[in-house]
Design a protein around this ligand. Sequence first.
Ligand code: ADP
Ligand code: MG
Length: 274
Amino acid sequence: MQHLLTGQDPAFHARLDPENRMPAVSVAGLEKNFGRLKVLKGVDFSATPGSVSSIIGASGSGKSTLLRCMNLLERPDRGLLRIAGEEISFDPTARGGRPRLIESQVARLRRKVAMVFQQFALWPHLTVLGNVIEAPIHVHGVPRHEARDRAMAYLERVGMAEKHGEYPNFLSGGQQQRVGIARALASEPQVLLFDEPTSALDPELVGEVLNVIRDLAEEGRTMILVTHEMSFAREVSSQVAFLHKGQVEEIGSPKDVFEAPGSDRCRQFLSSVM
Ligand code: ADP
Ligand code: MG
């Protein structure tokens, strides 16, 4: 069995930050517009290595956009993004043009982050194993046999090793999402992003996916989770951020945010969903 680096392993955090002082994720003044629509209006947020952050907020508040900016699936218009030691500053140039990105920096940052999507986003033409080894082989240059061993170990962790030869369409939503998580883990990212990982699932399948996420949280991985599962967020999070209209309106411990939110909007949001 391959040795899997986990958050309990000192090497994991040492790799992230030799002195373990820097936040694993730090976002400052992040702005993102889609045409004239201002979606992120100066988001400030940071997460320490090994912490679990939940991002909550109404539909349309910018939660997915924020996560997608963190792995540069969307390109921020302005602000600072620091992920596991890679720092990229986005500032419109003096002439008002788009900031230029250094491709090698983008590639390095992307390698440090992996995302689990609401709709699983598995490749239907690849088997379970094919889905999990794809990025390690083609993006990270891991030799095939090693990628395979690693993939099987991660599939084992999410309880999907037996289905490695199956195609995604023959799996339940819960099984597909567990494969999605194994695929994210197989890149050995330093930060894991989850965008409503259980929202597309039938209620009876939510638990099996939350169990996997809970295990990863207990292992000390740095995770950022957008979720509507409030009791789960409360249970696993080190901190909870409430996003409102593209800004962090409230951030704090789960106890503070859920029991005594300072912001009226946060209180209203919570009473509408809990
Ligand atoms: P949330 O995940 O909190 O529901 P999103 O980040 O998905 O919110 O969306 C925030 C706003 O940005 C919404 O008004 C949405 O319609 C808009 N939006 C998101 N992605 C795009 C896009 N690619 N093009 C245009 N508008 C977008
Ligand atoms: Mg969303």
